[in-house]
Design a binder for this molecule. Structure first.
Ligand code: XMP
Length: 518
């Protein structure tokens, strides 16, 4: 089995810790993020990292009881890079001094100038004399630890970059992982090279290793997998199928809330192209029947979630000897976050998934994508031979068109919505915009408006078009189409889709809006 080199990121709770992992994965370095309070000396020994990065964090090392790196780290013998809070705890633990305030806080853009000596992790830096970095610190190091030397200073951080080269300890006050530190990725690259990483984390290697792991976990037992038609569950299914063939059965539930021709496309892809055992269950009457008369968004979501679990369970029960449930869980879903506030966050929307099923049915989980970020799942999909047109598809929510149909859902509205959405997406593809947009869709509004077509009066539905750019769906901006594009698209939709006589474009970002309308 392929074993790759490992880097450990100890998380002190910074908002941008995940970005450190992203920058490293882009360099084909395998890394994991673990919260500081889970990383003790024993964990460190068993994880056996080849290098360690200490993240930033919101606490102050001057506060008694504040987070620390495990003591064993300092004699572990691998390179360590401390960032912001990580730098400060490194200094404090190794005999330096950190102080609060005194007007030396720095937030935002700053420029670092080089020290007298060169430092290998700064290769490629300072080509214009200084380097832009992104700072975000209230505390500052006022005395560096014995053995450390200064390699870069900024106006408010005389110890912006320090290192003890003999022990391979490096410390920076700024955040190299954010885009506002333009040469941050280079700094990480230099750091991992000096730590001896060869960049052995590739999707070809991962595929081989994941297949071996799935075989070892599942043995000769049966696995069921809920397919949504989205990229994650599809890649998971194809990978598992490659590992165990006919021991996998996929269940695809058509809840009547899919896009035009979507059910047929999913069935064709999995059954015909990949020869995967597939139960395609048309349960649209059940879902649409139960949704009749419901207009409250949360009730809609809960109804769909409940029915989905019931239906899935019904079909799963037909698969004799099923002991495992496959899920397309991704790494961002499993990173245990460091919570300083403690309290539960407010529910904006209840997301629909098959959570709760495994316990209810006594199933064990197979989650072959648990270590991957979304773009790595896409890369794995390409590695497995999935067509780019499928891999690059915009996300589609579990509750489907239900949440793009504010107010009561009717078959008539769904039909209009499907047709309009198809024209809209066709327009986007024709104009070559599909890959620039994170997600685009039409929504049918709960109103009719008056229009005139030919010589007659119309009284038809109004549509909202939505298109956003985003990185992770957490925040989003509306897509700046040209007026020509919007005009042409509105005309096409009204001409080609019966039942629509008015088209709006949604210019709301997230926040304050959400991406979906409900
Ligand atoms: P919102 O509307 O919350 O959506 O800004 C953010 C992203 O999540 C998708 N979404 C869902 N995905 N089940 C899903 O699998 C859901 O219940 C769900 N609700 C929203 C949405 O399409 C967008 O990509």
């Amino acid at each position: 089995m392929t074993q790759h080199q490992r880097l450990l990121i100890i998380d002190f709770g910074s908002q941008v810790t995940q970005l450190i992992a992203r920058r490293l994965r882009e360099l084909n370095i395998y890394c994991e993020i673990h919260p500081y309070n889970r990383v003790d000396d024993a964990f460190l020994a068993s994880f056996a990292p080849q290098a360690v990065i200490l993240s930033g964090g919101p606490d102050s090392v001057t506060r008694p009881g504040s987070p620390r790196a495990p003591e064993a780290l300092w004699s572990f013998g691998v390179p360590v890079l401390g960032i912001c809070y990580g730098q400060q705890t490194m200094m404090q633990q190794l005999g330096g001094l950190v102080e609060s305030g005194h007007g030396t806080a720095e937030f935002g853009r700053a420029f670092v100038t080089p020290g007298a000596d060169k430092l290998s992790i700064l290769d490629g830096w300072f080509t214009d004399g200084n380097e832009q970095v992104w700072m975000s610190h209230g505390d500052h190091v006022s005395r560096i630890a014995p053995g450390f030397q200064v390699y870069g200073t900024s106006p408010n951080a005389p110890f912006a970059i320090t290192a003890d080269v003999s022990r391979n300890f490096y410390a920076v006050q700024f955040h190299p992982e954010v885009h506002h530190t333009p040469k941050g990725a280079k700094l990480y690259e230099n750091f991992v090279r000096l730590a001896g990483f060869t960049g052995d984390w590739t999707m070809a290697g991962y595929r081989e290793q994941a297949i071996a792991q799935i075989r070892a976990q599942v043995g000769d037992k049966q696995v069921i997998c809920g397919l949504s038609g989205g990229v994650d569950s599809s890649v998971a299914a194809i990978l598992i199928h490659e590992a165990i063939g006919d021991q996998l059965t996929c269940v695809f539930v058509d809840h009547g809330l899919l896009r035009k021709d979507e059910a047929a496309q999913v069935v064709a892809m999995f059954r015909d192209n990949y020869n995967i055992k597939l139960i395609a269950a048309d349960e649209s009457d059940l879902f649409l029947g139960e949704l009749e008369g419901i207009s409250d968004p949360e009730v809609k979501r809960k109804t769909i979630g409940r029915l989905f679990i019931d239906v899935f369970q019904k079909y799963a029960n037909q698969i004799e000897g099923a002991e495992f449930l496959a899920q397309g869980t991704l790494y961002p879903d499993v990173i245990e976050s460091v919570s300083f506030s403690g309290g539960p966050s407010v529910t904006i929307k209840s997301h629909h998934n098959v959570g709760g099923l495994p316990e209810k049915m006594g199933l064990k989980l197979v989650e072959p994508l648990r270590e991957l970020f979304k773009d790595e799942v896409r890369a794995l999909g390409r590695e497995l031979g999935l067509p780019q047109s499928f891999i690059g598809r915009h996300p589609f929510p579990g509750p489907g068109l239900a949440i793009r149909c504010p107010g009561e859902i009717t078959r008539e509205k769904l039909e209009i919505l499907r047709n309009a959405d198809a024209v809209y997406i066709d327009q986007i593809r024709k104009h070559g915009l599909y890959d620039d947009i994170w997600q685009a869709f039409a929504a049918i509004l709960p109103m009719r408006t008056v229009g005139v077509m030919g010589d007659g009066r119309t009284y038809d539905y109004a549509l909202a078009l939505r298109a956003v750019t985003s990185v992770d769906g957490m925040t989003a901006d509306y897509y700046p189409y040209t007026h020509e594009f919007l005009g042409e698209t509105a005309t096409r939709i009204i001409n080609e889709v019966k039942g629509v006589n008015r088209v709006f474009y949604d210019c709301t970002s997230k926040p304050p809006g959400t991406i979906e309308l409900e």
